[in-house]
Each structure stands twice: as C-alpha cells, then as structure tokens.
Design a protein around this ligand. Structure first.
Ligand SMILES: Nc1nc2c(c(=O)[nH]1)N[C@H]1C(S)=C(S)[C@@H](COP(=O)(O)O)O[C@H]1N2
Ligand SMILES: [Mo]
Length: 198
C-alpha cells in the first residue's frame, strides 16, 4: 500500500509545491497598486545604476537582442493565491549585472509609475531572477507588467516589479513601496514572511 501512495499528493495533503497558507488558483489575478502605465517600446529604457554612480542603459531593441531564457516557475502572492507552472521568457538579471562593475549587496528595482521594491543582489543571480517580456508564449500584457517585468519567483510576488525600468544597486538596503508600509523586507513564501516581524 505504501508503494501506491508514495508521491501521491491528493486527499487533503498539502501540495508539496504550495507554501504554507497559500491556495491554488488557475486564473491569473491582476494586482496593481495604481493605474497600468502604457509604455511604448520605442520610449522604453532599462537603466542599471551602480553604488558608485555608473549607469548602463538599454533601449527596447538592445534589451530584446540580449540572450533570453524560457523558464517555468511557481508564483506566490502575499494575498495567498499561488499559481503553479507558469512559463515565461526573459533575460536573466545576472546577465545585466555582468555589464557593470559592482560589489553592492542590495538592489532597488524601480518601475514606470513609481513602484519600487528591494531585494538582496544574491537573490537576483544564479538563475533566480529575470526581466521577463513574454508569458505563456505571448508578449506580456500591460496588466501583468508589459512591456517587461521583474520576476523573482522564490519571493512573494510583490518583489516582481511590473513595468520595471531599472535597478539601482546600493550598499545599504532601502525598503521599497510595500516594504516601507509593513510588508516583510525579504518575503520568503516558504517561511511565510508576509509582514514585518513574521
Ligand atoms: N509596478 C508594480 N509592480 C507590481 C505591483 C504594483 O502595484 N506595481 N504589484 C505587485 C504585487 S503585490 C503583486 S501580487 C504582483 C501581481 O502581478 P500580476 O498583476 O501580474 O498578478 O505584482 C507586483 N508588482
Ligand atoms: Mo501581491
């Protein structure tokens, strides 16, 4: 009997891919703190700024010419929905970081519309984060962050800045939009780091 049940994930047992306190959803909810900015790719830029003030900027065409990856990841929102097995295409953040001279430990992502979110640099490298521009085989919808959004799927989804237009590297950690109003500074869904003090 144990042979049959090994690996079986039904019958009320939590899904091994579902962090504590989360439920599964099949649709793709839209969560934005403000209006959806409409960003024309002709005017789109992505700017990487280092702790010493060095700047590297990509136009949309330059950015799209960078080597990309297709990857499948699970998404976990702090409002408790999770969506498993989503497929995206984008540029690994590490490839962008490789273009500048930096020893910074922290990053603040910023977006069209003013949204910001902070993350340690070590969470942006080694295949853990992308600037994504395709979802499920299509160009990314504006509602979900198109033309391009950050994706850091191992952290709660508020860290995945939609309409991202740059990353500022810093020596000191600087809380972003949600982090400065009580959300957890790091946001690991597996440790249920939803709010400050969790
Ligand atoms: N620029 C920007 N990025 C953002 C947000 C936002 O309000 N503005 N909301 C965050 C939150 S709280 C979540 S859960 C996800 C939602 O992404 P989705 O709308 O594609 O589901 O985007 C994150 N990125
Ligand atoms: Mo969220």
């Amino acid at each position: 009997m144990s042979v049959i049940s090994r690996g079986f994930r039904g019958r009320g047992r939590p899904d091994a891919n579902l962090p504590p306190g989360q439920y599964l959803t099949r649709d793709f909810p839209v969560l934005s703190a403000g209006p959806t900015p409409r960003v024309d790719p002709d005017r789109w830029t992505f700017t990487l700024t280092t702790e010493s003030g060095e700047r590297r900027e990509w136009s949309w065409d330059e950015f799209r010419a960078l080597p990309s990856e297709t990857f499948t990841v699970d998404l976990h929102c702090v409002t408790k929905w999770s969506k498993l097995g989503t497929t995206w295409e984008g540029v690994p953040v590490e490839a962008l970081l490789d273009e500048v001279d930096t020893a910074a430990d922290f990053a603040l992502a910023h977006s069209y519309g003013g949204y910001t979110t902070n993350v340690p640099v070590e969470d942006l490298v080694d295949g853990k984060a992308w600037v994504a521009y395709r979802y499920d085989g299509e160009e990314l919808d504006p509602e979900h962050g198109g033309p391009a959004r950050l994706l850091i799927p191992h952290l709660y989804l508020w860290k995945s800045a939609k309409w991202v237009n740059g990353i500022r590297l810093t020596d000191e950690d600087e809380p972003g939009f949600w982090e400065s109003v009580g959300y957890h500074n790091y946001g690991d869904p597996w440790r249920e780091q939803r709010y400050w003090g969790d």
